[in-house]
Design a protein around this ligand. Structure first.
Ligand SMILES: [Zn+2]
Length: 235
């Protein structure tokens, strides 16, 4: 992360490992944290309980924002439309496009910015990383630059001095994030990645495959219990 650590950061927290590591990273730098999770009618809300647990561990404020009335209008995404199946396979596969939720990061970051103004926080943050770029347009550097510009211009005079939008993992891989999390002693077993929301991580959906691969490539023991581990991640 460039520049001084924020005093107070509003972090978008999904309950997954990326945002958990981002939370631990910011806390490690001494930032006070406000975690925002979003219920946008995603297929399961299991991840929200994990986000709450991470917030509790860090002594962070945690709010879950109810966007279910928006989610019901978002047909066509496997994460919000139960008639669209969650694809199995590698995260970078073309089929993963069905897991895009339209404009999700812009929606969440703009809400985070409004909360930051109210709370006089000097940063908002999200956990987008380089592995997201091929599938999710709102995780790419171009989006990051433009949304920063838009939030800054749209709230001129309202944001605290030195306000920044942070995406600390924008140029890192999931493997880098796993390594950083291990350094920070992030309780990975208390994070949830699976798109399906079963009793255990399914082990075969795009985000499960990505999770397994990150631990393996980082040379770390994966504490996750998977339903299926027979199909190895392959590119
Ligand atoms: Zn899964």
């Amino acid at each position: 992360m460039t520049g001084p650590a924020p005093r107070t950061a509003v972090l978008i927290s999904s309950g997954g490992m990326d945002s958990a590591v981002a939370a631990y990273d910011l806390a490690d730098q001494g930032a006070a944290l406000i975690l925002l999770s979003f219920d946008y009618g995603q297929r399961h809300v299991k991840e929200l309980a994990y986000a709450s647990q991470i917030a509790g561990r860090l002594g962070a404020v945690h709010h879950t924002i109810d966007l279910r009335s928006v989610g019901v209008l978002l047909a066509g995404s496997a994460l919000t439309d139960t008639s669209v199946a969650v694809p199995d396979g590698h995260y970078s596969d073309a089929t993963m496009v069905s897991t895009v939720v339209p404009n999700r990061n812009a929606i969440m970051l703009n809400i985070a910015a409004a909360v930051a103004i109210s709370e006089k926080a000097d940063a908002i943050a999200f956990g987008a990383h380089a592995g997201d770029h091929s599938v999710y347009p709102d995780c790419r550097p171009l989006f990051f630059d433009k949304v920063t510009e838009s939030i800054t211009a749209g709230n001129e005079g309202l944001l605290v001095e030195g306000f920044r939008v942070l995406a600390p993992f924008l140029h890192l891989t999931k493997t880098d994030i796993a390594r950083r999390g291990a350094e920070l002693k992030v309780p990975f077993e208390e994070t949830w990645s699976c798109y399906k929301g079963g009793e255990l991580h399914c082990g075969v959906c795009g985000t499960c495959v990505e999770r397994r691969e990150a631990f393996a490539l980082a040379g770390l023991a994966d504490p996750t219990a998977y339903e299926t581990v027979s199909r190895e991640a392959s590119r």
